[in-house]
Design a protein around this ligand. Sequence first.
Ligand code: ZN
Length: 310
Amino acid sequence: MITQIKGLHHVTSLASDPQQNNDFFTQILGLRRVKKTVNFDRPDVYHLYYGDEIGTPGGVMTYFPFPDKARGRAGTGEVGITAFAVAEGALDYWQPRLEGLGLDNIVREQHFGESRLRFQGPDGETLALVEVPDDARATWSGSDVRDDAAIRGLHSVVLNLSALEATADLMGMMGYELAGREGDHLRFALPDSNGAGIVDLHHMPDSNPSREGAGSVHHVAFAVVDRTEQLSVRGDLVEAGYEVTEVRDRNYFWAIYFRTPGGVLFEVATDEPGFTSDEDVAHLGEALKLPAQHAHLREKLEKSLLPITG
Ligand code: ZN
């Protein structure tokens, strides 16, 4: 069994308008933009990272904004809900805040005994805030969100699946334990996590496969401490029959990717070296950062990428 996974590292989704995406995550949800770079495989597209002050793994939400992208269609084989943790009592702050901004489909509900506020982001993606007691993770204090209600990091992802068994087996292999059943959901949790230790599997046998587009989650990344542990995880996955990519240098972490049985793309990413490796903490996310292989494109990209203010 794999023992090196610490929880989620980040979730990466597709967006349409980069300015709208930036404003939603920084001004409405109160996260910090910790990196403004490009998709390393498609350098004409931004890669925007949001998180706490330093982009601590387990609390990072990232987007590839394609300005003319059509909306995705929800369905199976994808992440259905990306949830963030907030302190107990914080939903009484968030619900009127989000309602006042006119967000779509705001629902307050109980899910596995936790209070959850579900809502839609600017591209129709389903997001949620979940009240968690005693989450000691740091928050970003640079927004106007009340300090005691600020997002503390990722809480979980919900995977929409046409069948659960193979993905349930994979979660077990990755060190997760079955923590509960509720209706058509199974909850898997890591016994000892970075705070983002939950994955829910949602059984949707009668639904159509999802179609990727703006608002779709592209992949979900799990955290390991370093490259040594990553190689060990890679070896175990390959041995179990998964087709896993070679290790890719993403500047702020090292990444491997594999497609899970239910269709969701998983990544395993290192906590090292982190988002402060090429910018001071005080100025994280301000400048357009390009990896070495795309540095020669700077002049062209600074003209072609839509400017983002704020
Ligand atoms: Zn990723």
